[in-house]
Design a protein around this ligand. Structure first.
Ligand SMILES: [Zn+2]
Length: 308
């Protein structure tokens, strides 16, 4: 499933290749891909003739900013991909939405399992909190304008921004008794981290995935903060990790999967200590770690040993 580095790779590709392009026609082949506005014909009609200003990312969504201020959001979810193709590219049976560009190229939204969602929203609204949990799905169609900020109002901070400091991370961890692995996957706690990069960050920081967040020492908090940013930056550098369907906007897989230390390396030797990587299930998510480098309890300090 695409996480921050994969989605960022797609967004950067698209910024390079389709910024300035105009949508000539939009063909929706699987209506349920469209989350807003509905029906899908309205979505297509509202996009016709619009020009892309720039492409960015928020959390695990690609944001296609239009010149008129509106924003198209693309949540790739499990198997979604955005691929730019030349005019003569062969048909793709998994293309759920085809954006025909005025220059003849196509921007294809490909999605084998069809979990991804695309929406078109007014700009702004970043500070307003929606009352309901799933604003995209439940928004009343007559309540306009619905703003892109509402879609992300419940999301936590972006881990690669300058404002996401170790101090801010420590503040967010304080008083949270959730297990580290579960907390890192919680999009309202921190945006963009999923199963791959949570496991990788915990391994680099030498922290057990089952540790309660509020038991971390200040040094451990700093280690985890640094590790999260490192795994995400490395992931972007390597154009993301492809395990099944993820590809960049060039249609090619990323190179980061082979560089991971623990994710899906169950039984393989730990790159640090040589012991086999273990797999456990935390909150229904498979979790990979080194039992030796990431012990269940923090090591007992000499002082505690002496007083015991
Ligand atoms: Zn190890």
């Amino acid at each position: 499933m695409p996480e921050l580095p994969e989605v960022e790779t797609v967004a950067r590709d698209l910024q390079r290749w389709v910024a300035g392009a105009t949508f000539a026609e939009v063909e929706v082949r699987w209506e349920r891909t469209i989350a807003h506005p509905l029906p899908a014909e309205r979505f297509a009609a509202e996009l016709r003739g619009a020009t892309i200003a720039r492409v960015g990312r928020r959390a695990k969504s690609v944001l296609i900013h239009l010149v008129d201020g509106r924003v198209m959001t693309v949540a790739l979810r499990m198997t979604g991909a955005l691929i730019v193709t030349p005019p003569d590219a062969p048909e793709d049976p998994y293309a759920r939405v085809v954006f025909h560009l005025a220059d003849g190229r196509q921007l294809r939204y490909r999605d084998v399992r069809k979990f991804g969602r695309i929406g078109l929203f007014a700009g702004g609204g970043l500070r307003r909190r929606p009352a309901r949990r799933n604003p995209v799905r439940r928004v009343a169609e007559d309540r306009v304008p619905y703003r892109v900020g509402d879609v992300f109002a419940r999301h936590g901070p972006e881990p690669l921004t300058r404002t996401f400091t170790a101090a801010r991370f420590a503040e967010r961890l304080a008083g949270r008794s959730a297990r580290l692995k579960s907390l890192l996957l919680d999009q309202s706690f921190i945006a963009g981290v999923g199963n791959i990069y949570a496991d990788e960050a915990l391994w680099i920081a030498r922290l057990n995935p089952l540790r309660a967040a509020d038991t971390l020492t200040p040094d451990e908090v700093r280690r985890l903060h640094r590790a999260i940013r490192k795994v995400l930056r490395d992931g972007i550098e390597n154009r993301g990790a492809s395990f099944s369907d993820y590809v960049g906007a060039d249609g090619e897989p990323g190179a980061n999967a082979e560089r991971l230390a623990v994710y899906q390396r169950t039984g393989a030797p730990c790159l640090r200590c040589g012991r086999p990587i273990a797999r456990i299930v935390v909150g229904q998510r498979s979790t990979h770690f080194c039992p030796r480098c990431q012990p269940a309890s923090p090591p007992v300090t000499a002082v505690e040993e002496a007083s015991a």
